[in-house]
Write a protein that binds this ligand. Structure first.
Ligand SMILES: Cc1ncc(COP(=O)(O)O)c(C=O)c1O
Length: 446
């Protein structure tokens, strides 16, 4: 596929620094080989995350000037609430400052020690928040993910057979089924509408809550539109259809909200919403801002309208396909097919000389920084420890931020690393926190 034309043009510049290799090696040493600790000023292309890194439109910036910073019932909250109701079709909207705040609050209301939750793939913060309550989180992704390089549609599905089996096994302990759309932990792959509906029906039949982590629900809806509905219908309706299947949904608006912050919880259940709101007041702020400023709420309100635009989505997903194909052409082992927000490299295959317990993914992450100032993230044994199913490196593409030359530059750096693979070594951990260790751990090269 040729590179899709950007449906926008540059208006404000954010210059980027290009350090030399020696400077980058020093920066890596100083950061204990943990890319989260490297100053963004020392990063040339930042593919650490697509979260909160979107470029804002001129309409978002102008609407932010109208931010109403009143403590209670601000105009900006009314605009956000109306926009989220329109986006989700839900009646009760509860604001939070970002996705994990929603996870913490939901976990506290729904879970007790030894309760079980099942998912197509818990994101790391979701898992950490639920486990913090003493709950047991079981990932049951579709078997289609077992062969990362094989191109199959809807590899973000939940495994329906296992779902039924586990519901029988843990009948008394299971509290809810959670679908992460798209499935970030397993390659940013989408779930089909058929699969989400089936899982929702099973939840209903068994009296379980059906929850959606909607961070990238629009990108997921695009895949449904393209591959399941053969481009019939429209994205906004698919998004609403997905939300209609959920008893409870939460969304970090740092992704498909096209905003730099924020989030919300949405439900039609008034009693549940009342319980959730009590905790929002305790942890986040009043129930009409949930830790967000009026300005932020304005940018999200507008972002949720812009994100369902087909021209934007064709470019967004087209850019990922282009980047994926260029890397595939030079033989980089990838998760196939390309997912929604990132390209995922199979680092175990890329660096077969580095065993899993020496983190081949982190070896590639540091190599990309050392050779090209590119920041990416490991999603494998370093991030997920024992629950890692693959050793991946995620190259997340911020929304509306980079253009073709940036992606071509990364491909050139991959060529350079590929030409000299054996020089890159694995790592061992010399310090780690008790949870979410990848954010702060210190590493030593072998
Ligand atoms: C699937 C998924 N769920 C939840 C979160 C948490 O959101 P936040 O970073 O806003 O706390 C993320 C963040 O990347 C995510 O990708």
């Amino acid at each position: 596929m040729s590179y899709p034309i950007e449906p926008y043009k540059v208006k404000v510049l954010n210059s980027i620094n290009i350090l030399n290799r020696t400077e980058r090696i020093k920066a890596l040493q100083k950061a204990d080989y943990n890319l989260f600790k490297i100053s963004s000023e020392k990063v040339t292309i930042d593919l650490l995350t697509d979260s909160g890194t979107s470029a804002l439109s001129q309409e978002q910036w102008s609407q932010m000037m109208l931010g109403d910073e009143s403590y209670a019932s601000a105009k900006s909250w009314e605009r956000l609430e109306a926009s989220v109701k329109n986006f989700t079709g839900k009646k009760e909207i509860i604001p939070v400052h970002q996705g994990r705040a929603a996870e913490k609050i939901i976990a506290e209301i729904l879970l007790q020690k030894n309760d079980v939750a099942l998912s197509n793939g818990f994101f790391d913060t979701t898992r950490a928040n639920l486990e913090h309550r003493g709950a047991i989180c079981l990932d049951i992704p579709t078997e289609k993910i077992l062969n990362p390089s094989q191109s199959r549609l809807f590899k973000g599905d939940i495994n329906i057979k296992k779902l039924q089996r586990l519901i029988s096994k843990y009948r008394k302990q299971i509290k809810f089924i959670l679908m992460t759309l798209t499935n970030n932990t397993y390659g940013g792959q989408p779930a089909s509408l058929k699969n989400v509906s089936l899982a929702g029906n099973i939840a209903k039949k068994n009296g379980l809550l059906f929850v959606i982590d909607a961070c990238r629900i629009v990108e997921n809806a695009y895949f449904i539109w393209r591959d399941e509905q053969k481009k019939r219908g429209n994205i906004k309706n698919i998004v609403r259809k997905l939300f209609s299947l959920a008893d409870l949904a939460f969304m970090s608006t740092k992704k498909d909200g096209l905003a730099n912050s924020g989030g919300f919880i949405a439900t039609n259940d008034h009693a549940l919403a009342t319980q959730l709101r009590e905790l929002v007041v305790l942890y986040e702020g009043f129930i009409t801002y949930g830790g967000m400023t009026g300005r932020e709420m304005e940018s999200i309100a507008r972002g949720l309208e812009e994100v369902v635009d087909l021209a934007y989505l064709n470019h967004r997903l087209g850019q990922i396909i282009y980047f994926h194909n260029e890397l595939a052409k030079i033989g980089i082992p990838l998760i196939n097919p390309p997912g929604g927000h990132a390209v995922y490299v199979d680092a175990a295959k890329f660096f077969p000389h580095i065993p899993k317990n020496n983190f081949p993914g982190q070896a590639l992450v540091t190599a990309l920084y050392q050779e090209g100032g590119i920041r990416s993230v490991e999603i494998g044994s370093l991030m997920l420890a024992g629950s890692a199913k693959n050793e991946l490196v995620r190259l997340a593409i911020p929304r509306r931020t980079y253009v073709q030359s940036h992606l071509d530059y990364i491909v050139e750096i991959f060529k350079k690393i590929t030409a000299n693979k054996k020089q890159y070594k694995g790592f061992k951990i010399i310090w780690q926190a008790s949870s979410l260790r990848h954010f702060t751990c210190k590493l030593k090269p072998l």
